[in-house]
Design a protein around this ligand. Structure first.
Ligand SMILES: O=P(O)(O)OC[C@H]1O[C@](O)(COP(=O)(O)O)[C@@H](O)[C@@H]1O
Ligand SMILES: [Mg+2]
Ligand SMILES: [Mg+2]
Length: 359
């Protein structure tokens, strides 16, 4: 799949009654929309996410809270961020679960310096898996929803032992993307390019069950998500955009806006997929040298595909997110995604600013 058409109406299947993730994937395979290897890959990732969900759910009882590292020494990842124990546990669970299935050629993680090819000892598949093993790490210790985000690409033809450069494909090349959110319930939200669908984990049975087929984001919204404490660091177009949102019905937008910020991207995006809104993490003076806060390959691209497949839009403020050509595995980008008309409004502020300043 490439150059994905945004928001195809999900193709109906013959399903009746309760549909498990396994049944959904088999139906997609029978319809010729996914390969057997991609089905296996999603099943394996879902199984790993169940394991992570159990670890997250144990909390303090499982000894999984707090910082990684020992003897008072923080463990710092490639992002320059202190790792939590659960960042490391979730990363290991995903690596181990996917090590031997034969569906992958390589993996890359937000928590690892470089990608890893599959070992010579195991059979190799044609897919590349990228993940943010634990998203929203700052919320782990305070019992607020966290999640896992993943993205699947094809391994370039003829490559048997992929290196970092083989992962540098634009978001349009993703064949699958998803996230799990470990909240009051554990949910898996998935797209294989045929709409965005939500599955809820039935904890007693141990299966993800389809609970929303064809999630659809309303085009209009009155709700935005941003870390307002960064306001003074924002650039001019973001200042102007949020200034007008805050002016409410007396301002140029002519309506009042509500604000929500969980500070777990999975939870904020899940709310937007459920009831609409716009999620923004713009460029600011604190992260300008890095290009933004959020990671293109592990966060922005998979979320953008899920959002587009649900009828929303996703942009850097100046370019469709899925068309950004990555130049670095850990590249960061500004992010605007969610309700289509609201994302277009935010982008218009950037274009107007650039036009007025000869950009
Ligand atoms: O703490 P801030 O600056 O508001 O940033 C919150 C953002 O950072 C993140 O936690 C980054 O993800 P990680 O926890 O995977 O590093 C996003 O989930 C969230 O949207
Ligand atoms: Mg993250
Ligand atoms: Mg993370």
């Amino acid at each position: 799949m490439s150059n994905l058409a945004p928001h195809p109406a999900p193709t109906p299947t013959a399903s009746t009654g309760a549909v498990s993730l396994t049944r959904y994937l088999i139906e997609e395979q029978r319809a010729g929309r996914i390969s057997a290897d991609l089905r296996l890959l999603v099943e394996v990732v879902a199984r790993a996410c169940k394991t992570i969900s159990i670890a997250v759910g144990k909390g303090a009882l499982g000894g999984v809270l707090g910082e990684a590292g020992g003897a008072g020494k923080a463990s710092i990842n490639i992002q320059g961020e202190a790792q939590k124990k659960l960042d490391v546990i979730a990363n290991d669970v995903l690596l181990e679960a996917n090590a031997w299935g034969g569906h992958l050629a390589g993996m890359a993680s937000e928590e690892m310096d470089h990608s890893v090819p599959m070992s010579d000892a195991s059979p190799r598949g044609n897919y590349l898996l990228l993940f943010d093993p634990l998203d929203g790490s700052s919320n782990i210790d305070v019992n607020i929803s966290v999640g896992t985000i993943f993205s699947v690409l094809r391994c370039p033809d003829g490559v048997t032992s992929p290196v970092d450069a083989d992962f540098l494909q634009p978001g349009t090349a993703q064949v699958c993307a998803g996230y799990t959110t470990y909240g009051p319930s554990t949910m898996l939200v998935l797209t294989v390019g045929n709409g965005t669908h939500a599955f809820t984990l039935d904890r007693e049975v141990g299966s993800f069950m389809l609970t929303t087929r064809g999630m659809t984001i309303p085009a209009q919204t009155r709700e935005f998500a941003v870390n307002m404490s960064n306001q003074r660091h924002w650039q001019a177009p973001m200042q102007a955009y949020v200034g007008d949102l805050l002016a409410g019905k007396d301002g140029p937008r002519g309506k009042d806006f509500n604000m929500r910020w969980v500070a777990s991207m999975v939870a904020d995006v899940h709310r937007i997929l459920t009831r609409g809104g716009i999620f923004t993490y713009p460029l600011d003076a604190k992260c300008a040298d890095k290009g933004g806060k959020l990671r293109l390959m592990y966060e922005a691209n998979p979320m953008s595909l899920l959002v587009e497949q649900a009828g929303g839009a996703a942009s850097t403020g100046r370019q469709r997110m899925l068309e950004v050509q990555p130049v670095h595995l850990h590249q960061r980008v500004p992010v605007f995604l969610g309700s289509k008309h609201e994302v277009e409004a935010a982008v218009a502020y950037h274009h107007a600013h650039d036009a007025a300043h000869g950009g």
